[in-house]
Design a protein. Sequence first.
Length: 141
Amino acid sequence: MKKPTEREWELSLDADTVRLLAEKARALSAAVNQDYEDGREHEVELGPDARARHSHDGLAEEEGQDLSEEEFRELIADLNQDEGAELVAIAWIGRGDYDAAEWAQAVADARGRVNRRLATYLLNMPMLGDYLDDGLAALGA
């Protein structure tokens, strides 16, 4: 049986905050662009019977949730330098760029990414939500 490895680090960024950011990142990556014009691509014709049964009740619920890109960016902007570096390091570990044992090096390297464009950098990771969750799991958080 493998002995559990003792962690040599402490997160200054709360794991629940990372999970919240992962959830918001997933919602953003799944959202339809605001400039999308309904029916322009892959137009589907519905017959009269199908039109009567066709509804979008789930969309109304989604609109009620505040999972906007602006909110994500504000949350990222509220992070301090250490928290931002840890968030990037968690994503990199989840993506496989670093191993959990390389935590200190990942955080050190991530400090170069913590600037006013941090949210844009993170949002350009197409699977950011999964990376964050996987990174937390690898770190045992």
